[in-house]
Ligand binder design. Structure first.
Ligand code: SF4
Length: 322
């Protein structure tokens, strides 16, 4: 198994409150798998990815859980071990390339740093020419033309699509095994979103990488993943093979989420799901979806449902199936 997350809780402390975001999340993936995580904005998807790399903000605490990457216990690993994983094993494409790239350094300096950081971990100290050649190669891989101009540019001098390609290039340098993609097309023009997705898909396949693609765009997850998890308010509600999840959703939230997505074929626009995500300062103690669920029973408001396996590769967290 490449990645095994069990019973993961993540809280954020603010001055007065504790925001209980992840609420016992599980996720497992084998080497070479492409896994999707879908859910509304604010359901904890980015927190989950950042937990894997241990790059959560300082006010985050992990009161319980396990994250095992290969044989490494990521929650107990020391800085040296974590640094090796971040340099050579796991790369991450962040949601907003403008925020992820440093605005005061040229692209070449930022790329050289990532390449140097990785090669140092392999015991090699590259020359300036080698850094340049490596940077040109990764820019070629992400199909960025005019690479000399790109290398000499500051992030603000590039278009959104070009910045995202630079981000992908950087993530791929460190992603020896696993690529984490956090809403990779959210902040770019709709006309090039498809190109970026195809690029990620091609590079992942070429390099035999495993991926976790996090998105609220259901079509993207359906197209690009083998298995998918549905995350709602910090709880995994359902897990299945992607085709099974979309064709035969079992959890009430998954069904509502899929039926509320606009359909191009029939020009229908779904009604959406009534209500909103709970307040993480005082989330529901039973099922977190209970205030919005049309099937909610009394016990849904007081008892947290358990993960129930309904058939091979298909599990659901709902009292209706226990
Ligand atoms: Fe709805 Fe209850 Fe199932 Fe939650 S546990 S999804 S409230 S039926």
């Amino acid at each position: 198994m490449l990645l095994n997350i069990q019973d993961l809780y993540v809280h954020y402390k603010s001055y007065w409150y504790i925001h209980k975001v992840l609420n016992g999340v599980w996720l497992r993936m084998m080497e070479g798998e492409r896994v999707g995580v879908i859910g509304e904005t604010g359901s904890g998807k980015t927190t989950l990815l950042k937990s894997i790399l241990r790059i959560l903000p300082q006010n985050a605490v992990i009161p319980n859980g396990m994250i095992k990457f290969k044989e490494i216990d990521m929650l107990k690993a020391g800085e040296t071990e974590l640094s090796m994983v971040r340099r050579r094993e796991i790369g991450m494409i962040f949601q907003d390339p403008m925020a992820a790239l440093n605005p005061v350094f040229k692209i070449k300096d930022q790329l050289y740093d990532v390449i140097r950081y990785k090669l140092f971990a392999e015991g090699y100290n590259p020359t300036k020419e080698e850094l340049h050649d490596h940077a040109v190669k990764v820019l070629n891989d992400v199909k960025l033309p005019d690479y000399e101009r790109v290398l000499e540019s500051y992030p603000f001098q590039l278009s959104g699509g070009m910045r995202q390609r630079v981000m992908i290039a950087m993530a791929l340098i460190s992603a020896g095994k696993l690529l984490l993609a956090d809403e990779p097309t959210t902040n770019i023009d709709v006309t090039i979103q498809d190109q970026i997705l195809k690029l990620i898909d091609r590079l992942v396949k070429q390099r035999g990488l495993s991926t976790i693609l996090v998105s609220h765009a259901l079509g993207m997850v359906r197209q690009m993943t083998d298995r998918a998890y549905v995350l709602y308010a910090g709880d995994i509600m359902e897990e299945a093979r992607t085709s099974e999840l979309f064709d035969h959703p079992a959890h009430p939230y998954t069904s509502l989420l899929i039926s509320s997505a606009p359909k191009i074929s029939t020009r229908e626009i779904g009604e959406g799901i009534r209500g909103k995500l709970p307040d993480y300062r005082s989330p529901p103690i039973g099922c977190r979806f209970a205030p919005r669920c049309p099937y909610a029973m009394d016990k849904c408001h007081t008892i947290k449902p358990k993960r129930t396996i309904i058939n091979t590769d298909h599990a659901v967290t709902c009292h209706l199936y226990e």
